[in-house]
Ligand binder design. Structure first.
Ligand code: ADP
Length: 588
């Protein structure tokens, strides 16, 4: 349950980036992106003005004592700064609009995809890990989109416009400054890779922490911790995780530090070289002071973007780790209906298992060669010791799992040839553990039928023997039931579940140990709620308590995944086999 799942050996450096896939995320916002690009081009051109105006001030206005020109130059400087500031505001709006829209899309896609994932995925994955991907990872994408992408564009355009300007000023100096560029970028290259690995490791560790807190801080988890007095053990487990994370984070910060130091050095070193050579040219070959000053100012505009583009590579590469984690989830296969699956509109509720075998992946447990039938309106019970495979049968019918071999039929239709949604729409399930949303009783009931009228809801609750209880609550149907319905007793939750299924009004009913673990009074209340529920429906009861299924039309006794006996209560009891033994054990 708390095993470590991160294995550095397994985390291989990744295949090449799927740019097309990233591009698809940006496609719907092409109009905003175009405007954004125009803004960026405009500000990068405006940014050229101050250094060029400096040239004019130093070489023209001052030497010629031209006060008017000085005023114009300074005025233009201020004006360009103001306009580019204003454009910057709009640019900020656009980039956050695009970024947030992409997050919204990705979030929705991810959550919807998860809703369509098979049950086996949720059984095999820690909830905390899923939560972490859905919230933190998607949020992390935001900074990539709004900051990194805009930074790339901005820097590219600044470089292009600056190159034009410096070549126009002095081609010799310009050529020299270009030679220095590779010297600046190359040393930064390996940083990206290290950063990528470090970030990936911290994310995996965060997953682990989320999973662990999710487990211990849930209602059932905390009850477990408290009842076994394991607070100290949990503290040390958690500390270990938090400590690992802390070390990994320090590592990430240090990779970033070295990187920053390298950049800072280069930003100073580049212009220093130009001062040296430019100064020499000024002394010997008549390059004017104005050209030199504005040249060095422009160089700042060249080197800073070049270094940060190298930095962007680091950011992009590490951000891709996040995208990959999201894409990994999106790539997992959903429950997919076969292409020519039909929609089962109506059913009589006839169910047939024909030689059905299903073994849980990587185990040898499950059910084997099951054959049985439920005629419309009949009640069939599956009984057997714990672990025999009863719940598995109940999960195969609504296609939470598909058989490895054999077929399950509803009215002559192999359920694999019918859409999952339509199969499920005809099945009502009352589980041993009733899940209720943290919402009002009414909202929980209406989950089964959104447009149910008040009268329908009340009728269902009366039939389920829960109406009087609900109206006795101070807030009645408006009472909020806590997470997993914690404020209600097990029996009350189950009767709510029965009312919910009554509202859904399915033809086929699955009762999974619906009356186990209850006191006699509650059991009687549920028994009388179940009777109207079963009227006119085909019912599959999976039960430990044999008292509930004596009236079943047929009882199948399952042991070790196979049917070992079948018949009605009287017949099985008389046969004196497995059922009779179970019965005696139950009644003693
Ligand atoms: P029952 O309802 O009769 O108590 P189940 O149908 O729940 O039994 O389980 C049948 C067998 O399959 C058990 O041995 C159980 O351990 C195993 N099993 C149940 N669910 C899974 C699963 N998701 N993955 C692997 N094995 C499982």
């Amino acid at each position: 349950m708390w095993s470590s799942m991160y294995n550095p050996e397994k985390q291989k450096l990744k295949r090449r980036v799927d740019w097309r896939r990233l591009g698809e995320l940006f496609r719907p916002y092409i109009w905003q992106e175009t405007q954004l690009t125009i803004c960026i081009v405009a500000t990068s051109i405006l940014g050229l003005l101050p250094p060029l105006l400096t040239l004019s001030i130093i070489d023209k206005a001052i030497p010629k004592n031209d006060f008017n020109l000085l005023l114009i130059d300074v005025g233009l400087m201020l004006g360009s700064a103001l306009v580019s500031g204003l454009i910057g505001v709009y640019q900020g709006y656009l980039s956050s609009f695009v970024g947030e829209s992409i997050i919204r899309d990705l979030h929705t896609r991810l959550v919807t995809h998860l809703h369509h994932m098979p049950l086996s995925f949720f059984a095999a994955t820690k909830t905390g890990e899923i939560m972490n991907r859905v919230s933190n990872d998607v949020e992390a994408v935001d900074s990539v989109v709004t900051m990194t992408m805009v930074a790339i564009l901005t820097n590219v355009f600044i470089i292009i416009t600056t190159l034009f300007a410096i070549f126009a000023l002095d081609a010799r100096l310009a050529a020299l400054s270009l030679v220095l560029i590779p010297l600046m970028v190359l040393p930064l290259w390996p940083v990206g890779r290290r950063m990528y690995e470090a970030r990936k490791r911290t994310r995996a560790k965060r997953d682990e922490m989320h999973a662990s807190t999710q487990e211990t801080l849930s209602v059932s988890g905390i009850v477990l911790v408290k009842s076994f007095v394991k607070e100290e053990l949990e503290r040390s487990r958690f500390f270990k995780l938090a400590d690992d994370l802390m070390k990994l984070e320090v590592n990430v910060a240090m990779v970033g530090r070295w990187f920053l130091m390298a950049i800072t050095f280069m930003i100073t070193a580049g212009p220093a070289a130009i001062w040296l050579i430019g100064g020499f040219l000024a002394i010997k070959h008549g390059v004017t002071v104005g050209v030199l000053v504005s040249f060095v100012a422009l160089l700042g505009r060249l080197y800073t973007p070049v270094s940060s583009l190298a930095g962007v590579q680091v950011q992009v590469v590490s951000a891709l780790a996040v995208f990959e984690r999201i894409f990994d989830y999106l790539d997992m296969s959903e429950e997919r209906d076969s292409p020519n699956a039909i929609v089962l509109k109506q059913t009589d509720g006839a169910v047939k298992f024909d030689d059905v075998t299903f073994i849980y992946p990587d185990t040898n447990r499950g059910v084997r060669n099951l054959t049985f039938e439920i005629h419309p309106g009949q009640m069939v019970a599956i009984v057997g010791p714990s672990g025999a495979g009863k719940s598995t049968v109940a999960q195969l019918l609504p296609r939470l799992f598909d058989p490895d071999s054999g077929v399950i039929l509803i009215d002559q239709h192999d359920i694999k040839s019918v859409t999952r949604a339509s199969v499920r729409s005809h099945i009502g399930i009352v589980m041993q553990e009733t899940y209720l949303f943290h919402d009002t009783i009414l909202a929980n009931l209406k989950y089964a039928k959104e447009d149910a009228s008040e009268d329908e809801v009340i009728q269902a609750c009366k039939a389920a023997n829960i109406h009087d209880f609900i109206t006795s609550l101070p807030e009645g149907y408006k009472t909020i039931v806590g997470e997993r319905g914690h404020k209600l007793s097990g029996g009350e939750r189950q009767r709510l579940a029965i009312a919910r299924v009554l509202l859904k009004d399915p033809k086929i009913l699955i009762l999974d140990e619906a009356t186990s673990s209850l006191d006699t009074e509650n059991e009687a209340a549920i028994q009388s709620a179940l009777e109207p529920l079963m009227q006119g429906r085909s019912t599959l009861v999976v039960a430990h308590r044999l008292s509930t299924i004596m009236s079943a039309d047929c009882i199948y006794v399952v042991e070790d995944g196979s049917i070992v006996e079948q018949g009605n209560h009287q017949k099985l009891l008389a046969a004196g086999g497995a059922y009779a033994r179970l019965y005696r054990a139950n009644m003693s």
